[in-house]
Ligand binder design. Structure first.
Ligand SMILES: [Zn+2]
Length: 219
C-alpha cells in the first residue's frame, strides 16, 4: 500500500503497477482479477471498508469484487451502463471479440454480484465525482476530485512503465477507440494535476497528457 494523495492509497500489486487498485474514503476502486482476492483482503485488514466501486466491468477490474463484497458484507457500486452485465457476471460484450481478449476474460473473470448503486455522471463516491468516460468499454467511468486535481482514469489512458509516456487504451481491449479518444480529450479539459491509472504508475507531469492529446488522431 502506498499513499498517492490525501486519503488515497494505491495497492500496486505485482509486477508493480501492472494492475493498480485504489482505496479512498473507505471505498475500494476496482478489485483486480479473481486471483487478487486474498492479497487485497489482507491489505484491507483493519481498515474501514465501506464499498467496492468499479471503473468498468473488464475481468481484471471486477474479478475479485464478488468475493470482497461477500466476505466484508459491503455493497458494490458500478457504472450504470454496465451494471446489469456486472451483476449477471455476463461481461463478454464489454470487450472486443478477439482471442487475446477472450482468453483474458476467461482467466481473470470473477462471479457476478448484486449492484447496490448504479453510478452516473456527477454522482459522488467519497470525495470523488463520477465522470462518464465511455469508449474503452461501453459504460467506463473515471473518478475526479477537483479540490486537489486528482483524476483516476481507470483504463481510459495507460501509463507505460516508468511513467514516462501515456498511451490510449490498447485497441485490442477497447470496444470503441474513437469514443475513448473523445473521453481522453474531455478528461484533459478538467486540467488534472495527478493522473492515476489501473495500468501503470501515477503521472504528475501534465505535459505528458497534453502530448498524448496532441498526438491523438482526429476522429
Ligand atoms: Zn479495461
Amino acid at each position: 500500500m502506498t499513499v498517492v494523495a490525501d486519503d488515497l492509497d494505491v495497492f500496486i500489486g505485482f509486477p508493480p503497477h501492472a494492475l493498480n487498485v485504489y482505496f479512498t474514503g473507505g471505498v475500494l476502486i476496482d478489485s483486480g482479477t479473481r486471483f487478487a482476492r486474498r492479497r487485497l483482503l489482507r491489505e484491507l485488514r483493519g481498515r474501514d471498508v465501506r464499498a467496492v466501486s468499479l471503473t468498468h466491468g473488464h475481468a481484471d477490474h471486477q474479478g475479485s469484487a464478488h468475493r470482497i463484497c461477500a466476505t466484508l458484507g459491503i455493497p458494490l457500486y458500478c457504472p450504470a451502463g454496465e451494471a446489469d452485465s456486472i451483476e449477471a457476471g455476463e461481461i463478454a460484450h464489454l470487450i472486443p471479440d478477439n482471442l487475446p481478449a477472450r482468453l483474458h476474460r476467461v482467466v481473470c473473470q470473477g462471479p457476478g454480484h448484486p449492484v447496490a448503486r448504479r453510478l452516473r455522471e456527477g454522482d459522488q463516491v467519497g470525495d470523488f465525482v463520477v465522470i462518464e468516460t465511455p469508449g474503452h468499454s461501453p459504460g467506463h467511468i473515471s473518478y475526479w476530485r477537483e479540490a486537489d486535481g486528482v483524476l483516476i482514469v481507470g483504463d481510459a489512458i495507460f501509463s507505460r512503465p516508468g511513467g514516462k509516456r501515456l498511451a490510449e487504451a490498447p485497441a485490442i481491449f477497447t470496444t470503441d477507440p474513437a469514443t475513448n479518444r473523445a473521453s481522453i480529450r474531455r478528461l484533459a479539459k478538467l486540467e488534472p494535476r495527478v493522473l492515476l491509472f489501473n495500468h501503470g504508475p501515477a503521472v504528475r507531469d501534465m505535459d505528458q497528457l497534453n502530448r498524448l492529446v496532441d498526438a491523438l488522431p482526429p476522429d
